[in-house]
Design a protein around this ligand. Structure first.
Ligand code: PHE
Length: 332
């Protein structure tokens, strides 16, 4: 009987070691230690033994059974620990992992502003016009009532292009030459905007860049007055910034408009930011564009797109827009 018990114990120990999960271990436990198992069966047979052998047999049953029970407990501990470890591994979040999903780009904040402006003015009945970056001195200055030697030329910090007669070709300093090109190209009534890139020999600082963006507006029709200009600017500011944002026109001077005004908008801190200029188209400009100032009148405006984007998003330095830091640009 003792040999049988040892054999049953050895068999059980091998099976316990081989059990890979709790379920297998528990079913093994029921089989080995339960009523149908070898230890219970041996206990029942004790009565059949000679009385002097019963004590040894009883001790052997208890000893082998205890060995098996201890082995089951130990295996239970091991399987439990590895089950928890597997669960932890499964639930672990790797917060240091960098996303491998491709990042999707989007239009630059200046492009977004440009397109938004187009939408607003197209909604008001304007068409979008274009002109070249490399302009003639005539379109950029003379036709806009700024003849050679006119002091207003000095204010423009012009970048000239080495082409043709010295001084005859330049990078446009404003979008106003598109006024001339449009008038030469089409009959009034004219309602256009002309967004685009312009260039000045300027040192970059918080409010200036040597390359920046303007949007020009030109209206030529019968009986156009200053009230139409003011109403248009007001409607635009209200649509773009919201009705609570104030704008103002300040008398100013531009050679190509008469009267002329500066157009400012109020910042959150109460200070005014200069956005651009506007005024009634000067008769000389209408004439340069082949339009009879006795028959037609008009207004024009031009302002900086970049400054508008700056204002709208509360950015304090224009240079941020062009540093191409995606951490900055991805905010918009
Ligand atoms: N072209 C002017 C500038 O660049 C702005 C302007 C446009 C003023 C149209 C009046 C009319 O400063």
């Amino acid at each position: 009987m003792i040999n049988e018990l040892n054999a049953a114990r050895d068999e059980a120990l091998v099976a316990i070691a081989a059990s890979n999960d709790m379920e297998a271990l528990e079913s093994l436990e029921r089989d080995v230690l339960g009523k149908a198992g070898p230890f219970v069966a041996a206990k029942k047979r004790i009565g059949e033994l000679a009385p002097e052998d019963r004590k040894d047999a009883g001790q052997a049953i208890n000893a082998t059974r205890t060995e098996v029970e201890d082995a089951i407990e130990a295996r239970r501990g091991t399987l439990g620990a590895s089950a928890r470890a597997a669960q932890y591994a499964n639930e672990r979040l790797d917060l240091t992992e960098v996303s491998t999903a491709a990042s999707v780009g989007h239009a630059h904040v200046v492009t977004q502003t440009w397109e938004e402006l187009e939408d607003i003015f197209v909604g008001m009945g304007f068409h979008v016009a274009e002109g070249p970056h490399v302009e003639t001195d005539w379109h950029n200055f003379d036709a806009l009532n700024i003849p050679k030697g006119h002091p207003a030329r000095d204010g423009f910090d012009t970048l000239y292009v080495n082409h043709g007669e010295p001084g005859s070709t330049l990078l446009r300093t404003h979008t106003s030459p598109v006024q001339i090109r449009t008038m030469l190209d089409q009959e009034p009534p004219i309602y256009i905007i002309a967004p685009g890139r312009v260039f000045r020999r300027d040192t970059a600082d918080a409010t200036h860049m040597p390359v920046f963006h303007q949007i020009e507006g030109l209206v030529v029709d019968k009986d156009i007055s200053l009230a139409d200009l003011a109403g248009t600017i007001n409607a635009f500011v209200g649509t773009y910034f919201g009705e609570e944002v104030e704008s103002r026109l300040r008398p100013n001077y531009f050679p190509f408009t008469e009267p002329s005004a500066e157009f400012d908008i109020r910042r959150a801190d109460g200070s005014w930011l200069e956005m651009g200029g506007c005024g009634m188209v000067h008769p000389n400009v209408l004439r340069a564009g082949g339009i009879d100032p006795e028959e037609w009148s008009g207004f024009a405006f031009g302002f900086g797109i970049d400054r508008l984007a700056l204002m709208k998003h509360g950015v304090s330095d224009l240079r941020e827009l062009f540093a191409n830091d995606t951490r900055f640009l991805s905010q918009f």
